[in-house]
Structure formats: structure tokens, C-alpha cells
Write a protein that binds this ligand. Structure first.
Ligand code: NIG
Ligand code: FE
Length: 405
């Protein structure tokens, strides 16, 4: 049984105390047995019980909870690098989508890929994420858009969760776009999502959450409510892609349905912020998506001051956020979203766990929680995020196992 010693700065990231309270312990140690943390505290106070645990040297560095990427579209076929150049030259995300690019382009690529191909590609992303200190990844479907193809993607996630020492959380996102075969028949597609996809997903227990892209160009608030209500009845917890490109009431709907999170929020209204705070819905900032789509970034200060807990995630997908670099998203959440580095750290740990309803077992370094940590080559969160480097993660421990060093 291992004990991590010589930790210069342990950011425990316990929940209480608000967005910026990371509850640090200097000169600390952490002991764990199999997958579970047994003890964390000052090195001078290590109880006798842990004296025989096998020491692992943290080299005086910072230790944080394993990072949690609470919003990704991990499994997809193909890429869309052509759209990157188009956007740089001035075409908008929506212009590109209207001419057959965007999500529907990845739907074609994903339908053409076998389950095995998707598995291998997603698996290689997970390995690289783990090297950055990530130990939990939420993964959405949404590039299949038929019963068979959505289940194919969700089965990839199930297999990843069985084969990777990371926590994989699956989300069904059948309402991501209207597929070409239902063009002109939105009602028909929504019926398919409600009457066939949701029962199939919940019947095979393939997802914990149901997400909807609530947007003028995608699904209206009324349509989203119908879909998410059906999902709730089937045992899936709602999440919403809300108020990304237009202010259309996605935040308010998330509050009404007591969704676990509302994500994006670049165009959230003041009413939406208030409703989310009252309902305890986590707001997820996705700064890579606003950067790549050249949209004005979300000002997280408004949310934090309005009483919303803010999580930070990558939104990794081949279109609007083709990077899985969570520390980079954290740096942007500071520079563009105006979070402090400590607030961003809480956003990528305990509040991200909250956005996945997993805060009882993940997201902080406390007795009884999953043994997930990252050793970071920095003296504290402020210096880590300020002096941003390609990869400062020296060691990752996921479910008690060293997955990167
Ligand atoms: O979160 N907004 C909708 N869905 C994704 C984009 C997916 C894509 O462009 O392929 C997002 O940004
Ligand atoms: Fe997304």
C-alpha cells in the first residue's frame, strides 16, 4: 500500500468555502489502499498505521486531485481541419454548418467508422489526457444520430470504462443535430429520440446522463424540455448545451429540470444565472470552444458572484474544440473567463465532479474518496497556471494505480 510523501503543496480541493477555497496543506502526505484514499494530512502527523506503507516521493512538488474533464465528445470519426482554416478566414461556425459541414460532417465520418476504430482512436486520446493529469472523462455520443449508431458510440465508452484505469462517465446526446434522413421532419426525429433511442440507451444501461444541444439552430427550449423530461423518466439525468451562440433560455431550462449542469453559457442571461444558482445547477465553462469559434468568452466572475459553481472542461470535439488539453482550458478560464488559478482548479476537480453527480467519490483528496492524483511540477496553482508549459504533470495516479510517470 503506497504513501505519497514530500508533497510541498497539497491542494485538497474540499468542497466547502466557495470557488476559490482549495484547502491546501503544506509538507503533506497521502496514503491509499487499492482504489481508496485512507489518510491525507501533514507529513509530521502521519499515524502509525501508515508507517509501513510503501513511500512514493513527490519531490517537494504540488499534488492536486486527478483532473476531471466533465464535457467531451470523445469518440468521433475523421477530423475537420478544413473548417479551422475557414473560420480563421472569417466564416462562422453556423455558416459552415449550414453548408453541410459542422456536426453533420462528423456524423458521416463516425457512421463510416467501425466500433473498433472508434475505440482505438478514443483510447489513444485517453492515454494522452492521463499524461496531463486527467483521471475522469465525461464522454458524449451525438455523432451517430440513429439508434444503431448512437449505441455504437456508447458501447465504445462502455468498453473504455472496462479497459482503462480512468473513470469514464457516459452521456447520451442523440439531440445534437437533426440527421440528413430526417431533414424536414424534426418531429419525426424527436419522436425517434424519445420513443426508441432513450429506451434503448437506458435499457442497456449505456449512459448516466442525457444532454441536448439547446440552440436556435439545433433544438428549441420546448423540444429540449420534451426530450429531457422523457430521459428523466427513463432514469437519465439532464445536462444541457445552453446559451452558446444565442441567449435562448437554456440556463433557465436547466434550472427548471434540475439538470446536473448547463454548459457553454457564453450568452446566458441574468435571469438564467439567478435560476441556475437557486436550483444548484453547475455552470460549465468551455473556453476552448469560444476560442476556436471566435465567440466572446464567458465571464465566469458574473456566475461566481451570482452564486453559481463553475466547472471548467475542454469540450473536446473535432469541430469547435479540437484539443483535449484541460490545463490549457484552465489557463483560458483565467485569462478569458477571469477565474483565479485556485478557482479554475476547483472548477476542474470538485465542481467538475459535481457536474457529473460524482462529488461523493471524486474531485478532492479526502479519506474515502477515489485515489486519483496528479503530481505537478509547480509550487502552487498560481505559478502552475501562470507559467503555462506543455505538460507540468510528473505523475498521474488513477484509481490507485500510477498511469503516467
Ligand atoms: O459543444 N455545440 C454543440 N456541440 C459541440 C460541437 C460539436 C461539433 O462542432 O462537432 C460543442 O461545441
Ligand atoms: Fe459540447
Amino acid at each position: 500500500m503506497p504513501i505519497l510523501k514530500n508533497i510541498g503543496f497539497l491542494a485538497t480541493c474540499k468542497e466547502e468555502g466557495g470557488q476559490g477555497a482549495i484547502h491546501p496543506i503544506r509538507n503533506a502526505a497521502v496514503a491509499w489502499k487499492e482504489e481508496t484514499i485512507q489518510w491525507a494530512g501533514k507529513e509530521t502527523n502521519i499515524p502509525d498505521t501508515y508507517a509501513e506503507y510503501e513511500p512514493v516521493d513527490a519531490g517537494g512538488k504540488m499534488v492536486i486531485p486527478g483532473l476531471i474533464d466533465c464535457h467531451t465528445h470523445l469518440a468521433f470519426g475523421g477530423w475537420r481541419s478544413d473548417e479551422f482554416t475557414m473560420r480563421v478566414k472569417g466564416k462562422s461556425y453556423l455558416d459552415i454548418a449550414k453548408t453541410g459541414g459542422g456536426i453533420l460532417s462528423t456524423v458521416r465520418g463516425t457512421r463510416n467508422a467501425s466500433e473498433e476504430e472508434l475505440y482505438k482512436k478514443a483510447s489513444s486520446f485517453l492515454e494522452k489526457m492521463s499524461a496531463l493529469g486527467v483521471t475522469t472523462v465525461e464522454c458524449k455520443s451525438g455523432y451517430g444520430l440513429s439508434v444503431k449508431e448512437e449505441l455504437k458510440i456508447l458501447r465504445v465508452y462502455r468498453r473504455l470504462s472496462e479497459t482503462h484505469p480512468m473513470h469514464i462517465v457516459s452521456t447520451f446526446l442523440g439531440a445534437h443535430a437533426i440527421p440528413p434522413e430526417y431533414e424536414g421532419d424534426r418531429e419525426g426525429y424527436i419522436d425517434l429520440v424519445i420513443e426508441e433511442m432513450i429506451p434503448a440507451v437506458s435499457g442497456e444501461d449505456l449512459a448516466e446522463f442525457c444532454d441536448v444541444f439547446t440552440e436556435e439552430s439545433a433544438f428549441s427550449v420546448r423540444e429540449s424540455r420534451r426530450i429531457l423530461f422523457a430521459a428523466q423518466v427513463a432514469g437519465l439525468t439532464p445536462k444541457i448545451h445552453a446559451d452558446q451562440l444565442t441567449s435562448c433560455g437554456g440556463g433557465e431550462l436547466a434550472a427548471e429540470l434540475k439538470a446536473a449542469s448547463a454548459d457553454h453559457l457564453e450568452k446566458i442571461s441574468d435571469n438564467g444565472i439567478e435560476a441556475m444558482a437557486d436550483a444548484g445547477v453547475v455552470g460549465v465553462m468551455l473556453p476552448l470552444a469560444s476560442l476556436y469559434t471566435q465567440e466572446k468568452p464567458l465571464n465566469c466572475r458574473k456566475l461566481v458572484e451570482g452564486g453559481v459553481k463553475v466547472a471548467v472542461a475542454t469540450d473536446f470535439n473535432p469541430g469547435s474544440a479540437p484539443s483535449y488539453n484541460l490545463p490549457l482550458a484552465m489557463m483560458l478560464s483565467c485569462n478569458q473567463g477571469r477565474l483565479t488559478p485556485e478557482e479554475a482548479l476547483k472548477g476542474a476537480t470538485i465542481y467538475a465532479a459535481k457536474a457529473l453527480n460524482r462529488d461523493h467519490e471524486l474531485g478532492s483528496i479526502e479519506k474515502g474518496k477515489s485515489a486519483d492524483f496528479a503530481v505537478i511540477n509547480a509550487p502552487n496553482p498560481n505559478f502552475w497556471i501562470y507559467h503555462f508549459q506543455p505538460n507540468d504533470c510528473i505523475m498521474t495516479v488513477s484509481k490507485g494505480e500510477v498511469t503516467h510517470s
